[in-house]
Design a protein around this ligand. Sequence first.
Ligand code: SF4
Ligand code: SF4
Length: 258
Amino acid sequence: MSLPAKKAIEIDKNVTHYIYKMLNHEMILKYDESKCIECGFCHRVCPVTISIYDEPLKKTAIGTPEEMRVESDKKIVVDVEKCIWCGSCTWICPGYTLELIINGENKILLVENGSLPEFEEEVRTLENGQKVRKVVDGSITINCDEKDDKVIDAFADECATGAMSREGKEVVVDIDKCILCFKCTEASKNYENISVKVFRDRFKKVKGEPSSVWNAINLRVLGKEGKIKGIMSRSQNKLADSVMRLLGKEFSEEEEET
Ligand code: SF4
Ligand code: SF4
């Protein structure tokens, strides 16, 4: 086998290992589908943008099969040809679904070198007992002109955390349970009479000093629709470049040895 080698291995029906193996170094991005709430944060923070000048949010190195334009029955897939094992997705994942394992140890170099801050965690327990953390603060507004209770109930069931319910002809959100994710906004595209606006005002209190990577990630997660597109097409190269620079030493040194 030639090195470095990149591959995806299904460990069992839930767990997939996305592996980057070098001579003296192995990085595994572990994804556990049983914990995935399909919130969409991982897709938004991934610094790799495949199509930089054309619809940048459509494709990164991680996302739903639809976002990644691949056929798969998994909730989330990773493109091993594009992934740089930076751990940004692991860092933000509210469901503790992703882990980055470097030479057998759970670690995120971007956090260790201070490029990404640690969150002050605010953890919720879902009805099924799963732990989910809230990473941003803000608000959500749902407009419902739907008259059919069954359709409203079906929409409420789309929520990633069980925060939505129907009251009469309205959809109400328990803001304490809501993690201000991307799931209901995406789902609302299939409901003619229901619309959602999520305002992610700020990240939860974080520890550490912000860096350029952190600023760019802020923009991707909190950026307001409309405003973000133009800025992103100019800044995304820079984001992927800075992350690669911060990780680059590890990558290039190892690759030279092979
Ligand atoms: S951030 Fe985590 S829980 Fe959310 S969609 Fe991605 S893998 Fe699933
Ligand atoms: S109501 Fe909140 S937690 Fe539920 S899908 Fe919408 S944004 Fe996510």
